[in-house]
Design a protein around this ligand. Structure first.
Ligand SMILES: [Zn+2]
Length: 411
């Protein structure tokens, strides 16, 4: 598999970086292993998080070629399989319609549209178009009659779309910007495709939330960058655009939603609040990064100790949710097949597969009924509330949950 080493920052081209945290070598947590491939050796790659000295973007400098992640490996994340995601996207789409889409038949383009879970809410009043490089999720979108270009959103693709479909009133992308190495090419594309009075909305991971909640589960090879409002403000200015609204949403355990325009628009109150919060917390200072690193080390050691102590007492432990985030958490604590008997996961696409390197089996929740553990570690921490509500019976019978969220808790 091909790795790319960036010599310069992907936002500002500066050559100088400081280490935030080095998590060592990790497998590709989104590529689960099928039975026939269990004999092969799974590759591991470094996860070394750095921060640009100049624009302060937190980023992986050594990355896996994105084609390897989305094109050649079977990418198993279907948005529609995630619990309650449509409930999250509907009001989000309604907000966009109400504020920015006054006329019908306007073009709405989604970057990284996955299986079309959000785009469907713009039908039939507006023209919709998805762009997503993962072939298998695009096939699912097409089945639902959501026209999708099976490519990365680039300057070249933006020109082609603009030629065939005209300019877009709204372009948006959720959880896709962090997967891009060439973010400057993306911004050039947005600039071409967006109408003069159009709005570009993006939702991405939020470095401010990661620092505040000691969240390191988002650090894996799919995510090349970790963003703050401050870095976006500086970045979009170079393209003659500006951020006029920003809010932190509960998605993915705390995401940053930004509203960007070419035309000058007045800044919202919540935008101003977030700017001053970042300044007040000295978010992009090196001192803050060191504090984050120390917290990550402390929490991952604490999880390791809790789990190993339980194992010594003869307890059986299983993982709940074979999500990339959870596998990162386990790997940071050096936990694997010695400690975890199996994973349960609701996504049928994952059942019957194995985790990379450790080859821990993934089964359905129903299949786990016959071999219930004493403890489940919730490895989809942002869904912990939903899971605990669903598992009242397991808790009633004495079952316990380890939740690696903020400071660890056991319920
Ligand atoms: Zn930079």
């Amino acid at each position: 598999m091909k790795t790319i080493i960036n010599k310069t920052c992907r936002m500002c081209n500066s050559k100088k970086f400081k280490t935030v945290v080095n998590l060592g070598n990790h497998p590709l947590v989104n590529s689960l292993i099928s039975k026939k491939d269990l004999k092969k050796k799974d590759p591991v790659f470094p996860l070394h998080v750095k921060q640009c000295n100049s624009c302060k973007l937190v980023q992986l400098v050594e990355i896996i070629d994105a084609n390897e992640i989305y094109k050649n490996v079977e990418y198993l994340y279907f948005s529609s399989d995630m619990p309650n995601l449509d409930k999250y996207f509907k009001p989000y789409a309604d907000d966009i319609k109400k504020r920015f889409l006054k006329k019908k038949n306007e073009l709405v383009v989604e970057i990284g549209s996955n299986d079309g879970i959000m785009l469907q809410f713009f039908k039939p009043k507006y023209r919709i178009l998805g762009v997503d490089p993962s072939t298998n999720v695009v096939l699912r979108a097409l089945k639902k009659n959501i026209t999708t270009v099976p490519e990365f959103f680039t300057n070249r693709i933006a020109k082609q779309i603009s030629f065939e479909w005209g300019q877009a009133k709204v372009i948006y992308g959720n959880n896709c910007i962090a997967h891009l190495n060439d973010v400057r090419d993306l911004m050039n594309g947005v600039k071409i495709l967006l109408k003069e009075d159009g709005v570009f909305i993006l939702e991405c991971n939020y470095w401010g939330g990661m620092v505040k909640n000691i969240n390191y589960s988002l650090i894996y090879h799919d995510h090349f960058s970790y963003f703050s409002l401050d870095v976006w403000n500086k970045f979009v200015k170079k393209y003659g655009m500006s951020v006029f609204d920003a809010v932190v949403t509960p998605a993915q355990g705390g995401s940053l939603r930004l509203f960007i325009s070419k035309k000058k628009r007045s800044k919202t109150k919540r935008y101003k609040r977030l700017v001053s919060e970042e300044t007040k917390n000295s978010l992009n200072t090196f001192k803050k990064s060191i504090e984050y690193k120390n917290n990550v080390k402390r929490i991952s050691n604490k999880l390791k100790k809790i789990v190993n102590d339980l194992k010594r007492k003869g307890k059986k432990i299983a993982g709940y949710g074979a999500a990339a985030k959870g596998l990162t958490i386990l790997k940071c604590s050096g936990l694997g097949k010695k400690q975890i008997s199996y994973f349960v996961d609701d996504s049928p696409a994952k059942q019957g597969l194995y985790t990379p390197v450790d080859h821990i089996p993934i089964i359905s929740r129903k299949a786990a009924n016959k071999i219930l553990p004493d403890y489940f570690i919730i490895l989809a921490p942002n869904y912990s509330d939903v899971i605990i509500k669903k598992e009242k019976d397991f808790i009633k019978k004495g079952g316990k949950f380890i939740i690696p969220k903020n400071e660890l808790s056991i319920v």
